[in-house]
Design a protein around this ligand. Structure first.
Ligand code: GCU
Length: 613
């Protein structure tokens, strides 16, 4: 990547304070963005492509020199007029372009390190339809984004990894329209995630964007899953916008000759419960998907869904009632080969294709909700998924506002991804400090997740402490989890690879355990002796000893070593080796498989690690 670094990052922090006071006023005014289920399955006008962009480190496109919010901000996309009494100091028609979807950091050398606001603008033509509403569907925009259509406010959103939908019905018109967005990836202490992360803070409109048209009464969210208690029963609900009590909802699964009817209650929600016969359950060995259609008034959604049950019994994880061992790998949403934020079907197929080739039946998608293309590919390919809310390291756990942000992101994650059979675990957090404020914060989040979806397991990746060569798993957060995740780096951040041979585990919970991270950095192609750090041999040696140790943990029910592919991180500057990449991948960002890849592949393919019961 680039030699000359453009110092924009340093300026961005200066504007952070400027933004916080303006935002509060903003959010009250605009439509609150909504989480829809199946929005990416709806007929849509794609807004992907080239967008004009203007870098605005001082956010002067929205705030005045007294940091009041401007009425005539850049969202008006104004053109200078003869006789103007003041200068117009921006022009999107003359501005360079960025590709959307896509982070800006890997598209422009000058933006590689940039953290701050950038304005986006494009034109589009549109024909409104009668009796319908129009929503701007954004797959994700990192981190804080403001949206206007034809100069009218549409919505504001915080959170870089979840999809949202803004009602723009009143703003669009027939013919030529324009859309303007301001996206700010400034890191702030009260963000979720907070200031420190071990991944690149890719900014921009990082996932697909479109306009979706729905009838005035439509299905905004629905949930369908196999009943964990009644055999052959599909249960769930559908919620309609624009409906009151008594509105009919129909669910159809033609291949099963199944049709069910329900009606909404006063809140527009219809409870669904019906029996099916001959259903083939979804599993990695048999990732069976059914065409499912939901009808409500003039609206319908077509989905491809699998049906399975997932539960625990003592220290076992049961998939469709049978004990299962999760042969996994952790994955960041880093795009193979081109690097940058992953978003496409191709990215998903490549990453999950490698996981399959490794012998995996499970992946941990870290540390934030990944693009829905990943879950759809996992449904098709038969790979179970751990999906995670970006409660990462030391959030401001004593802040109610930060709790609201984390809770809201969780709602969006579950609201959008709830019908993917591949997702078996909702992870609440990663490596958070063990203190009562944190424990209370995440205990409430876990309760929220159960409220939103009681058909899946709740987990988190915990830190462990040691006494001598004994690892102790007693973080109180384990009390509210169904499955305990633990991260350990024996042989890399602590001790030596061989230390794993003498390490005991003292696990204070009678629950299934997943070792959600272990590993070490290796530069692909760098070779040496087993104890030469950064070499493939050293990394392979870590894996050999880890596999031996893991097999001595009786309640181990899964593992997701850190990780599948090298990924960019600003914490990794070691020249000639890391070059701003975390090199713990089993595969380099250019697809080179390291020795450890084959060690894990052999263990997984021969069933030489882990036992389902
Ligand atoms: C941590 C953390 C990861 C990080 C990894 C590492 O455990 O969860 O996000 O990348 O360690 O240090 O490589």
């Amino acid at each position: 990547m680039p030699s000359s670094r453009f110092p924009l990052g340093r300026i961005a922090l200066a504007c952070a304070t400027l933004i916080c006071c303006g935002v509060a006023a903003w959010s009250q005014a605009a439509n609150a963005p909504l989480a829809f289920t199946g929005a990416d399955r709806r007929p849509a006008l794609s807004l992907n492509g080239d967008w004009a962009y203007i870098v605005d480190p001082y956010f002067s496109g929205l705030f005045s020199f007294h940091h009041e919010e401007k009425k005539n901000g850049w969202f008006l996309n104004r053109k200078a007029q003869p006789g103007d009494t003041g200068p117009t100091e921006y022009d999107f028609d003359k501005a360079p372009k960025l590709k959307v979807p896509g982070d800006w950091n890997t598209q422009r050398e000058s933006l590689f390190f940039y953290e701050g606001p950038i304005w986006y603008q494009r034109n589009f033509t549109y024909q409104p339809q009668a009796h319908s509403r129009v929503y701007l569907h954004v797959g994700a925009a990192n981190y804080h984004s403001w949206w206007w259509v034809n100069g009218k406010r549409a919505c504001e959103h915080e959170g870089g990894f979840t999809a949202f939908n803004c009602d723009v019905t009143e703003a669009v018109h027939a013919g030529d329209n324009f859309i303007v967005a301001a996206v700010d990836n400034t890191r702030r202490e009260d963000n979720v995630p907070t200031l420190e992360t071990d991944w690149w803070n890719y900014g921009g409109i990082t996932r697909e964007i479109s306009l979706i048209t729905v009838p005035n009464t439509f299905i905004d969210q629905y949930d369908l899953h196999l009943s964990p208690t009644e055999d052959g029963v599909i249960e769930g609900w559908a919620h309609l916008t624009g409906a009151s009590a008594g509105a009919p909802v129909e669910v159809e699964i033609p291949e099963l000759h199944a049709k069910a009817h329900a009606t909404t209650n006063a809140n527009g929600k219809a409870a669904i419960h019906f029996s099916v016969s001959g259903l083939e359950r979804w599993s990695p060995e048999h990732p069976k998907l059914y065409a499912v259609t939901l009808h409500a008034d003039a609206d319908s959604i077509n989905e491809q869904m699998g049906f399975r049950t997932i539960e625990t019994r003592g220290t076992q994880i049961l998939l469709n009632g049978k004990p299962v061992f999760l042969r996994g790998i952790s994955i960041h949403a880093e795009a193979p080969y081109r690097t940058g934020r992953a978003w496409s079907d191709k990215d998903a197929e490549t990453l999950l294709g490698w996981a399959k080739d490794l012998g995996c039946n499970f992946v941990r998608l870290a540390h934030y909700p990944h693009d829905e293309t990943m879950q759809r590919a996992a449904d098709r390919m038969g790979i179970m998924v751990w999906s995670e809310n970006p409660v990462y390291w030391a959030l401001k756990f004593d802040s109610p506002q930060v709790y609201d942000k984390a809770s809201h992101q969780l709602e969006e994650e579950i609201g959008t991804l709830r019908n993917h059979a591949s997702i078996i675990l909702w992870s609440m957090a990663n490596e958070t400090p063990n203190n009562p404020t944190r424990t209370d914060f995440i205990t409430r989040l876990a309760a929220k997740a159960r409220e939103l979806d009681n058909s899946r397991l709740i987990t988190a990746a915990l830190l462990v402490h040691a006494q001598g060569n004994t690892k102790i798993v007693d973080d109180p957060l384990g009390n509210v989890l169904d499955v305990i995740g633990v991260n350990e780096y024996i042989g890399w951040y602590e001790a030596h690879p061989e230390t794993a041979d003498v390490t005991q585990w003292d696990i204070r919970y009678d629950k299934p355990l997943i070792v959600s991270e272990f590993g070490g950095d290796a530069k692909a192609g760098l070779h040496g002796r087993d104890n030469d750090r950064w070499t493939e041999e050293y990394q392979a040696n870590i894996y050999r000893h880890q596999i031996g140790m893991l097999n001595r943990i009786p309640q181990l029910r899964g593992m997701s070593p850190w990780l599948l592919m090298d990924f960019r991180s600003p914490n990794r500057p070691l020249a000639g080796i890391q070059d701003e990449f975390n090199r713990k991948g089993l595969i380099s960002d250019q697809g080179e498989k390291k020795q450890a890849y084959y060690i894990l592949q052999k263990a997984y393919k021969e069933g030489a690690v882990g036992k389902p019961e």
